[in-house]
Write a protein that binds this ligand. Structure first.
Ligand code: URA
Length: 281
């Protein structure tokens, strides 16, 4: 169907429904889970007490509902920084302010086992998208409230997790030290795993640096929890390993953040700090 949008620079309709994600104001909660895989959206929403499909366009599927009384949405980003940036840009325009990436990852050391999850404290910007927004020295940081809520979620659920710095690449193969077609590889790819390990980097994935950078620039909050489906040291790859656990951590993170946000509001505070939990009790 041919449909005229507001302008080339503002690709949305009169009701502010966004071009790519097909969501408008009121369609999404402030807390939005961001899996890469569109097929994972329904799996995430199946843990909610209520859910409705809000929109579907290209690789972007959105559900909105409630998890343990907290309003929540989930939008798939597809793979990589360019699409993830589109999703964050458009969700911000329709009312989201907290982004929880729930993805899959390759761990770099034996200690982070296939089936575990990784909670990112920040990401090395090996993507291309974030440098089209800001200098490469600008940090891609996870929000401290989201990280703390993720740690609490993993602890309360008994999920094995590693906390640390992630590297986000724009290439799954050569960018993460996997040979390209017919074993194509440049020297930089041959050493990337070793260099990343020397720098204490825990895992490779493909979206968190872009999401964290945009969230930082726009004063939004973001975090990332990933299921470890691959381990580059043991050379294992197990599809869907740890995915249910990562989803449970992400959903539980939303209910913890909602509780903390309510406490902040009740106490007139902008930022969460632990002793807020014990005030007025
Ligand atoms: N996702 C990645 O980006 N890398 C892996 O090794 C596994 C999942």
């Amino acid at each position: 169907m041919v449909k005229k949008l507001l302008s080339a620079a503002r690709p949305e309709d009169r009701a502010h429904v966004q071009y790519h994600i097909s969501c408008g104001p009121g369609d999404v909660a402030r807390y939005v889970l961001l899996p890469g895989d569109p097929d994972r959206v329904q799996k995430i929403a199946s843990q909610w007490s209520s859910r409705r499909k809000v929109a579907q366009h290209r690789e972007f599927i959105t559900y909105t509902g409630k998890f343990k009384g907290s309003p929540v949405s989930c939008t798939s980003t597809g793979i990589g920084g360019p699409a993830a940036a589109i999703v964050v840009e458009e969700l911000l325009r329709v009312g989201a302010d907290t982004f929880i990436r729930v993805g899959t990852t390759g761990a770099l050391s034996k200690g982070t086992r296939v089936g575990d999850v990784v909670i990112s404290t920040g990401s090395v910007r090996l993507d291309g998208t974030s440098s089209q927004y800001v200098w490469t020295g600008y940090p891609a940081m996870a929000n401290y409230e989201v990280v703390a809520a993720m740690v609490q979620a993993a602890e309360s659920l008994g999920v094995r997790y590693t906390l640390g710095v992630t590297a986000s690449t724009d290439s799954f193969y050569t960018g993460q030290g996997r040979p390209g077609f017919r074993d194509y590889m440049q020297h930089q790819s041959e050493v990337i795993i070793d260099d990343a390990k020397r720098a204490g980097i825990v895992n490779f994935e493909m979206e968190s640096a872009t999401i964290f950078t945009l969230a930082g620039l726009y004063h939004a909050r973001a975090g990332c929890v990933c299921a470890v489906i691959a381990n580059r040291e043991t050379d294992e790859f197990v599809k869907e390993a740890g995915v249910s656990e990562a989803i449970s951590v992400a959903n539980t993170t939303v209910s913890i953040l909602n509780e903390w946000d309510n406490l902040k509001e009740a106490n007139g505070k902008r930022n969460f700090y632990p002793s807020l939990l014990f005030k007025n009790r």
